[in-house]
Design a protein around this ligand. Structure first.
Ligand SMILES: *[C@@H]1O[C@H](CO)[C@@H](O)[C@H](O)[C@H]1NC(C)=O
Ligand SMILES: *[C@@H]1O[C@H](CO)[C@@H](O)[C@H](O)[C@H]1NC(C)=O
Ligand SMILES: *[C@@H]1O[C@H](CO)[C@@H](O)[C@H](O)[C@H]1NC(C)=O
Length: 506
């Protein structure tokens, strides 16, 4: 759970870069004028609506989620563009944060926001949406998703349109389009279609690469990296699926500003493996020396529970903040394990990579920790939170929590400190309310949950999980009022109240 949350935060940090370079289409006036094409669903009409359609995309969102806000105008624009598509493509959204929809979110195992699902055949088949997040990309991806899972390649033009050298394409070569092998191929294409592109052909000579005299049945996987193509002849559906997963994972995942690497970066972070990341300045001329050494190491550890990524510092500022890394430590390697430990080798040289990873594997490298913020002396009632305790204290505490994101150098934060002290003091006897703060410059902040653009930023999470940003005046009175108005009673407090009530009745 924690690990999967960490990986989502990670993906967010990385993809921040992509969302910045992705074009933005919608303007404020567009939104105000047009009618809404995205259907709003809730638990009262979800099944009915989905049941009526062959192809529905559902976005599960939360009102406070920054990435959801960014997606909204793109999603609406795509819905508008697809509204006249034949066959119909329906785009819908569900506020998963609403109490009445929590059951629905649970059913679909929604763990982060936004999550998009593709529901086919009246909701009988469910797939993750793995496409782009900009309007044009959404439209292109969904058009493809609503057609057949695998298209026939009849000409060289068909082949080069599909196999464009930027993505994974799986092509089945068959002597005829029938039989169990063809059916198994089609079943796997149907199952994995939201992640990879599929095609089938009677003629291997139409394909841009690989042995052209084969008549099949054979599956040829084209990829934009490593050996560029792999042939496979086992048509057992499980074996075929496993092959596609395995063959489509790069030995070294490349992270730079090129959005076509985006799906592989996501795949990297979703892998259950430990993650090694080498960060370099790609414009510095050192890249080649590192690349080949790093690749050798990655090849050597293939299948041993560790994945490798090569990142350009120019694209990795989010990651640097996350780890508290500094530009003068580049070139550096970080390894993050699934239990959240981090290992660091700053200013690494190409020759040192192999031996350092070996030392790590043998357990001879100590995990590194960022310096934890030092609690200020006279500030006992405001709890100081670090990243590792954020989850327990804020998300799982069952309490009402006011959380300040601060920076040690920020003047407004210093001004707020004595006020928060007083607020904390006034709730001291109330076991339901916690006042806490976290040094946002030294800790990992879940960016899909908190939108921290300046300091101080104040969030309030009620015991029942409502998350609100506090943007009122920074006075003791206003903050106390806000907390009183928005806090929930915890069961502990309920019991206490009931006891008090009973006592007074006696
Ligand atoms: C579903 O119900 C909600 C109110 O409960 C309503 O706002 C929404 O428009 C309905 N959606 C559809 C597609 O009927
Ligand atoms: C098709 O896949 C199934 C497993 O789903 C397997 O039992 C069967 O042998 C496969 N057929 C062929 C021809 O490989
Ligand atoms: C990377 O190197 C280029 C060229 O040497 C330099 O201009 C740039 O500032 C460097 N970037 C970083 C983040 O160090």
């Amino acid at each position: 759970m924690l690990a999967s949350m960490a990986s989502r935060v990670w993906i967010c940090l990385f993809l921040f870069v992509f969302s910045q370079i992705a074009p933005s289409f919608a303007s404020e006036t567009d939104e105000a004028q047009s009618k809404e094409f995205v259907l709003t669903l809730d638990n009262s009409n979800f099944s009915d609506t989905v049941g009526k359609h062959d192809f529905v995309v559902v976005e599960f969102y939360a009102p406070w989620c920054g990435h959801c806000k960014k997606l909204a105008p793109e999603y609406e624009k795509a819905a508008s563009a697809l509204s006249s598509h034949d066959p119909p493509i329906i785009l819908a959204k569900v506020d998963a944060n609403e109490e009445k929809n929590k059951g629905l979110a649970g059913e679909f195992e929604i763990k982060g926001f936004p999550t998009l699902k593709i529901l086919r055949n009246g909701g009988k088949n469910i797939q993750d949406y793995k496409g782009p997040r900009d309007a044009e990309g959404i439209v292109a991806y969904l058009k493809k998703q609503s057609g057949p899972a695998s298209g026939e390649i009849k000409s060289v033009e068909d082949a080069s349109a599909l196999i464009d050298g930027s993505k994974i394409v799986v092509v089945g070569v068959f002597p005829e389009f029938s039989g169990e092998k063809y059916e198994n191929f089609t079943a796997v294409a149907e199952k994995l279609r939201s992640e990879y592109e599929f095609g089938h052909t009677l003629d291997a000579k139409l394909l841009p690469r690989g042995e052209s005299s084969v008549t099949g049945p054979v599956v040829r996987l084209f990829k934009p990296f490593d050996e560029l193509l792999v042939d496979f002849k086992d048509f057992d559906t499980d074996a075929l699926e496993e092959f596609v997963e395995e063959a489509s994972t790069p030995v070294v995942t490349l992270f730079n500003k090129d959005p076509s690497n985006h799906p592989f970066v996501i795949k990297f972070f979703n892998s259950p493996n430990a993650k090694a990341m080498l960060f370099l300045n790609f414009s510095s001329g050192l890249v080649d020396a590192f690349k080949s050494k790093y690749r050798d190491v990655a090849e050597q550890y293939k299948g041993q529970g560790i994945s490798f990524l090569l990142g350009d510092v120019e694209a990795s500022q989010g990651a640097f903040q996350y780890f508290g890394l500094k530009d003068d430590q580049v070139p550096l390697i970080v390894i993050q394990t699934n239990d959240g430990l981090k290992y660091l080798k700053p200013n690494v040289e190409p020759e040192q990579i192999s031996s350092w990873v070996k030392e790590y594997k043998e357990g001879n490298v100590l995990p590194y920790r960022k310096s934890e913020p030092i609690p200020e002396v006279n500030d006992e009632s405001v709890k100081v939170v670090v990243a590792d305790s954020l989850h327990d204290m804020v998300f799982n505490s069952g309490k009402n929590v006011l959380l300040e994101f601060y920076a040690p150098w920020c003047g407004h934060c210093k001004k707020l400190a004595p006020i928060l002290d007083e607020v904390a003091g006034s709730f001291q006897s109330d076991g339901d309310v916690i006042i806490a703060k976290i040094d946002a410059t030294a800790n990992d902040i879940p960016v899909d949950m908190f939108d921290v653009k300046g300091y101080p930023t104040l969030y309030f999470r009620s015991a029942s999980g409502n998350l609100l940003q506090y943007d009122g005046d920074r006075t003791k009175e206003d903050i106390i009022d806000f907390i009183k108005k928005n806090k929930d009673k915890t069961t502990q407090q309920d019991q206490q109240d009931q006891q008090d009530l009973r006592k007074s009745e006696l």
